[in-house]
Design a protein around this ligand. Structure first.
Ligand code: GLU
Length: 493
């Protein structure tokens, strides 16, 4: 059997990261089995249509390297791959169901439907259903020309079994299955009709989707029976939840691929993380870092866990950090540039003389980055002017303002006299200076750090100073000198 799976999003906005996790499962399964991965746009609910959504969906998949073999942009043997372009097909299929007696026309008004629902609720029915008013009208009672919908004629008795790869047989009582609308009065199919028709016509072998659809699946199984088609294999995977057990939403943090991308998560780290949301390799295999190739070799759809998958932002940060630390410096530099540019720290295009400084900064921060975006806060002082630190901040630990001032002045002298202004050359004389002044190296270097970055915590000092350059470093030290002088002169001391 050829494996054919699909991602069938509705273009209603930015795709949710939970849906993308399900795409990862689909994609891995297809690629592992030499199968096809299909992108189909389910846009039959016109009220929820968002322009650009398709483009955003495609960009999200591309960014993660989840390529598709058939889809709206590239076509394929079973196109079109956008449901609104397939309307005559659904019409034709629904007519077939009408002829076979598996569907019926219904012209109940919205008012009547509402009244029925209210009555059922008042009588204590928990999930109100259509009362079947039009179900047994004689043929021709409702003309095809008057406004109406077409409903599925769900058998009143018996049960419908959904065979699920992960759960086994899930049984639903037919009397609790609604006579689902298949075709709306505007001629558009509902999700239920369109999904079944398309999965069949596109020869989908496995439907891998979130378990929130499981309760709809018995309707689909009935439709397969009605058409006399063999259903694909159903695989309902658990939803992605926040730590509080609620469906992951904006309340928990970023939820769209675009957000994660903007914050500086690497696509390879996100892919790794998503693959492990609800799946883990077999016992004894404690690996958490998987390259794309390793995932392809290790992932097993049948091992997806049934307990809901909890999205841990800390875990994602950790995985992202591991990928950043393992990355070639030149590659990391390439990926950091857009973040520096977006923050206005580096011009676009990068002036050629700046590359050397950038390349010098990368090793200073590689160990410290969790997300690429962190580079802005970590390195802004290297690229832009800093505010002169308040004098109190410049006073060294267990030192007086005067001692601190003398230290700043002595550092200015050492740095001005250096033959080469680089980290390796400046470190020994500065350490010697600390000794000469009777200070611990840390006391001296902290003053230097604050004076040159206005931060107490910053990337390695000497490398940073080298990147800032002699001229600007000396300017900053002289401003620190001024601030301390004023502090000493003020009445406070
Ligand atoms: N269009 C549905 C959605 O938006 C697809 C569900 C399915 O995969 O069957 O998620």
């Amino acid at each position: 059997m050829t494996i054919r799976v699909r991602f069938a999003p509705s273009p209603t906005g930015n795709p949710h990261i939970g849906n993308i996790r399900t795409v990862v499962f689909n994609w891995l399964f297809a690629r592992q089995n030499n199968g096809k991965f299909i992108l189909r746009i389910e846009d039959t609910d016109r009220s929820r249509y968002t322009p650009n959504a398709v483009q955003i969906i495609e960009e999200s998949l591309r960014w993660l390297g989840l390529d598709w073999d058939e889809g709206p942009d590239i076509g394929g043997p079973y196109g079109p791959y956008t449901q609104s372009k397939r309307l005559p097909l659904y019409q034709e299929k629904v007519n077939e169901l009408l002829e076979k007696g598996w569907a019926y026309r219904c012209n109940c008004t919205p008012e009547r439907l509402k009244a029925v629902k209210e009555m059922q609720r008042a009588a204590g029915v928990d999930t109100p259903m259509y009362d079947g008013h039009c179900r047994d009208l004689p043929p021709g009672a409702i003309s095809p020309d008057e406004p109406h919908v077409i409903r599925l004629k769900v058998p009143r008795e018996g049960e419908t079994i959904v065979p699920d790869m992960l759960r086994g047989a899930v049984t639903f009582e037919n009397q609790r299955i609604d006579d689902q609308i298949l075709l709306k009065s505007d001629g558009f199919p509902t999700y239920h009709l369109a999904v079944v028709v398309d999965d069949h016509l596109m020869q989908i072998s496995h439907i891998i989707r979130a378990d929130e659809w499981l309760s709809s699946t018995p309707k689909h199984v009935i439709l397969y029976q009605a058409f006399d088609w063999t259903p694909p294999t159903f695989v309902h995977v658990p939803l992605v939840m926040g730590k509080d057990g609620q469906k992951l939403s904006k309340r928990h943090g970023a939820v769209s691929v675009a957000d994660f991308r903007q914050q500086g998560y690497l696509p390879e780290a996100v892919l790794n993380f998503l693959a492990m949301l609800g799946w883990a390799p077999g016992e004894g295999d404690e690996r958490e870092i998987f390259t794309r190739e390793e995932l392809l070799a290790t992932f097993e759809l049948s091992r997806v866990k049934l307990s809901s998958a909890v999205f841990s932002y800390d875990k994602l940060d950790w995985i992202n950090g591991v990928y950043i630390r393992n990355m070639e410096k030149s590659e990391l530099l390439k990926r950091l540039v857009p973040f520096w540019q977006a923050a206005g720290l580096v011009p676009s295009p990068v002036p050629s003389e700046m590359f050397e400084t950038l390349a010098q900064v990368v090793p200073l921060i590689q160990e410290r980055l969790k997300r690429l975006k962190d580079v802005v806060e970590l390195t802004d002082f290297i690229f832009t002017e800093i505010e002169t630190p308040p004098a109190e901040k410049l006073v060294g630990k267990k030192m007086t303002p005067l001692e601190s001032l003398e230290a700043v002045q002595a550092m200015q002298t050492v740095l001005s006299n250096l033959v080469n202004f680089d980290a390796a050359t400046m470190e020994p004389p500065l350490r010697q200076l600390a000794q000469d002044l009777g200070l611990k190296a840390g006391q001296l270097f902290n003053i230097m750090r604050v004076a040159t970055s206005n931060k107490r915590v910053a990337p390695p000092l000497f490398g940073s100073i080298e990147a800032i350059g002699r001229k600007r470093t000396l300017q900053r030290l002289s401003r620190a000198e001024e601030a301390l002088t004023q502090l000493i002169a003020s009445e406070k001391y």
